[in-house]
Ligand binder design. Structure first.
Ligand SMILES: [Zn+2]
Length: 411
């Protein structure tokens, strides 16, 4: 049983300020006036911070994060990133993957993330070393973050069928779902079919990296949509990147977005990676190169924003902060209104949690005491300022407490 405590001077998303929250036995027991709270429990002053659900990162690669030291980037292209990382992962050890993954998990938890889907590459280069490390991380960090493991075929399957038994072993020993990457396969259509075969055999959800360039031709989305419907996998398929959406005509964009919505396929936009790897780096206009998430969501498609890579050849930046990612996306998609900022906030909270099928109840009386406090006047304001997380509560325990420190003025 966890101890009870009260957080005073919390602001609520409806604009109410000066509220106190009583946490008792892993649930939010009461929200109200400070004078109505029990006097005999520890109290913490939240400095007016805003109550928010914890964030859900629907797409991250813990296994290949933080490897720039062994991967000097020259070109900054997708082909180079795949090549450098494929070479580096031969040298990964289970302990090395564990240590780098733990470093990213700590960053993510401090930034308010409470649920996460991590891809983990399983193939003859990585063996099952990365997978074993992430299984340990899933257990060891369960007090702070709910971690879902997506067994990921990054480097193609039909030309590298030795990958298949390793993937099956991972799915049979704790992998939560299967991830495919048709654009690195010699036969992208066959790749999609094989991944769905595995999904059916093991009864798991599917997550594809797909359409990762700006050429409007050659989309694999129609094949993924068709297989999703044919296999009855509606609501169980997610696509990451899909940056070809940026190159489609408005009519084709609307058509495919609506087909994805009807098939219950979610889209995860990965702003840091997509804007780093796409487009001609030598062109003065530097196209932003990411799928227009807000526009696609307007067609009824479920859309999330996620971290993807942290400081590796795919993305030589990163701190696993979803508020920063929301802010970065809103900036480069040139959004302006409060309503749009509010939608972006949903892309790091409710939308990804639904998409990867993890429970994330809004913080309210009777709900689990899993939430964060942020230094912002509203959810829209939190996106505009990439606000700081000042408190993390999970499992009824105050896990992080960093309220705004006083500023010393004068001489
Ligand atoms: Zn990815």
């Amino acid at each position: 049983m966890t101890a009870s405590f009260v957080l005073d001077d919390v602001s609520l998303p409806d604009g109410t300020s000066g509220q106190s929250i009583l946490i008792e036995n892993t649930v939010i027991a009461a929200i109200g006036m400070a004078s109505d709270m029990p006097a005999d429990v520890p109290r913490h002053h939240a400095q007016g911070a805003l109550l928010s659900p914890g964030f859900t990162d629907a797409h991250i690669h813990l296994d290949k994060a933080m490897i720039l030291g062994s991967c000097p980037i020259c070109e900054g292209t997708l082909a180079e990133a795949v090549r450098l990382t494929a070479a580096a992962k031969r040298a990964f050890t289970e302990d090395d993957v564990y240590a780098r993954g733990a470093a990213v998990l700590e960053m993510a938890v401090r930034a308010g993330t409470q649920r996460m889907r991590s891809f983990v590459e399983v193939d003859p280069r990585a063996g099952l070393r990365s997978f074993k490390a992430l299984k340990r991380l899933k257990t060891d960090w369960a007090d702070l973050v709910e971690l879902q493991l997506c067994v990921f075929i990054q480097e193609g399957l039909t030309q590298d069928m030795d990958t298949l038994p390793l993937v099956e072993e991972a799915l049979a020993s704790g992998g939560d779902l299967i991830g495919g990457c048709p654009y690195t396969d010699a036969d992208p259509v066959a790749h999609v079919g094989l991944v769905f075969d595995l999904a059916e055999t093991y009864g798991v959800d599917v997550d594809f990296h797909a359409d990762f360039d700006l050429d409007p031709e050659g989309s694999i989305l129609p094949e993924i949509i068709a297989q999703t419907v044919k296999r009855g996998w509606q609501g169980r398929v997610v696509i990451g990147h899909a940056t070809k959406f940026a190159g489609f005509t408005p009519e084709r964009r609307a058509d495919l977005a609506q087909q994805m919505a009807e098939a219950g396929i979610g889209l995860v936009v990965l702003p840091a990676t997509d804007s780093f790897l796409n487009g001609d780096k030598g062109h003065p206009l530097r196209p932003r190169g990411l799928a227009p998430a807000l526009d696609i969501a307007g067609h009824g498609t479920s859309v999330a924003l996620a971290t993807n890579n942290v400081q590796n050849p795919f993305t030589p930046f990163g701190d696993a902060s979803l508020l920063r990612m929301g802010n970065y996306y809103a900036n480069i998609d040139q959004l302006a209104s409060d309503a749009d900022m509010q939608t972006v906030f949903g892309m790091i909270t409710d939308s990804p949690a639904r998409m990867i099928r993890l429970d994330a109840p809004a913080p309210a009386v009777g709900a689990p005491a899993d939430f964060v406090l942020i230094d912002a006047p509203s959810y829209a304001g939190a996106i505009r300022s990439a606000a700081r997380v000042t408190g993390v509560v999970r499992g009824g325990v105050l896990r992080l407490w960093e309220p705004r420190a006083p500023l010393i003025r004068g001489q």
